[in-house]
Ligand binder design. Sequence first.
Ligand SMILES: O=CCCC(=O)O
Length: 496
Amino acid sequence: MTSNVSAPDISERAREAIAKVSTGVFVDGQWDDAASGARFNVVNPATEEVIATVADGGPKDALHAIETAGRVQSEWARTAPRERGEILRRAYDLLMVRQDELALIMTAEMGKPLAEAKGEVAYAAEFFRWFSEEAVRIGGDVTTTGDGKNRILVSREPVGPCVLVTPWNFPLAMGTRKIGPAIAAGCTIVFKPAALTPLSSLALADVLVEAGLPPGVLNIVCTTKASSVVSPWMSSGVARKISFTGSTEVGVRLLEQAAQHVMRSSMELGGNAPLIVFEDADLDRAVEGAFAAKMRNMGEACTAANRIFVQRPVAEEFARRLAARLGALRVGDGLEPGTEVGPLVEEKALRKVQELVDDAIDKGAKVVCGGNRPDRAGYFYSPTVLSDVSVQADLLTTEIFGPVAPVIPFDTEEEAVRMANDTPWGLAGYLFTQDVDRGFRVSEALEVGMVGLNTGIVSNPAAPFGGIKASGLGREGGRVGIEEFLEYKYMAVPRA
Ligand SMILES: O=CCCC(=O)O
């Protein structure tokens, strides 16, 4: 990254940007303290310093938010689609105008390097642009019954008030990917962002207000006790839909709660993505693809390549080249110019990564690069490549969520596909081959919702993002993204 701004200036600009963020509970267009008056700390994972405090919401705040969303729903559903689309389009423009400022906030609260944070702001904004275009294309259908006696008029209506719960790893984009289609469809929202990264979401509220979103359509409650806010929403009988991104364990609990009120549910849950490199692959391309699939967001992505299977004749060479790529990366505070790998989000995450690597080494893995913590404050872990990883190693059955690339050799295509599918998860998978038939054959055999064929990136606002098996239900983005927020209604009208 090139920059003519020195590190202290950037930290100062980050402080100024954070100081502008409203840090209360946001309900009915008003910012308030939490009913309990409690606040919690937001910590910069690179420096371990407190950078802000945020209102720590609880059940009272949650009830106020869901009642508001319920009260405003029918009026909001009647707004012109073009009006909803234009609010989203203005919000897209505002996000892009504030790209630098939002990136500074994101890097300070979450750790990703500034260049990646800017990339995420653009990615997040694109969901608003995409759904601004979808708002005016909510179609219907007119047909006739088979016996010719009735007309069938099919219309699409907003599903109703939505509970949106997002994770810390993409603090802005996971919000816009849910808020965009909800607004486009005419749904009101109660939204709980992750407690580790609330500032980006709170800044987004200000953007939407400036873009003209009416009071009560979006209500935000941050909290350190997720169930004290989300459970009242789920049991309110007012919320008609839950859209959650996070762990499979929490997703299952939310589905149980959703079942009590038969709520529509979209779940974007964990992953354990396989990445397969066949001996006929263009190895440079495979290394770059594996690098992207592993190192995007420091490995803290549900799409991250968690298990890299490489055909035996090229396994050693591939591991060597990948290690050369990862080992050369500059690790540091995301706000420092030139940083390519930031810290992990919190100490717990760091400990987990360290334990997984130690376990793999105990079970015979060789460290090709990394395998340790750099000697500095903050939750840093060195980019790591492990080769000859045993299938018994815990990191092959656990979402690593860190910059660790385990390389596992294989002999045959059947063996690679069998190992790739040997997991309860099914979010993303990647493969590298120059054989067209094999490319399609293996893509079709992988039990996942998304395949990268000779590419390490699958995420795009125009694509239906989501998984199968324990990785979730429903899709976000693409043409189908808005469907998750719409219900069908049909009228039968006699043709007499
Ligand atoms: O962690 C989930 C990845 C999200 C994305 O790639 O859009």
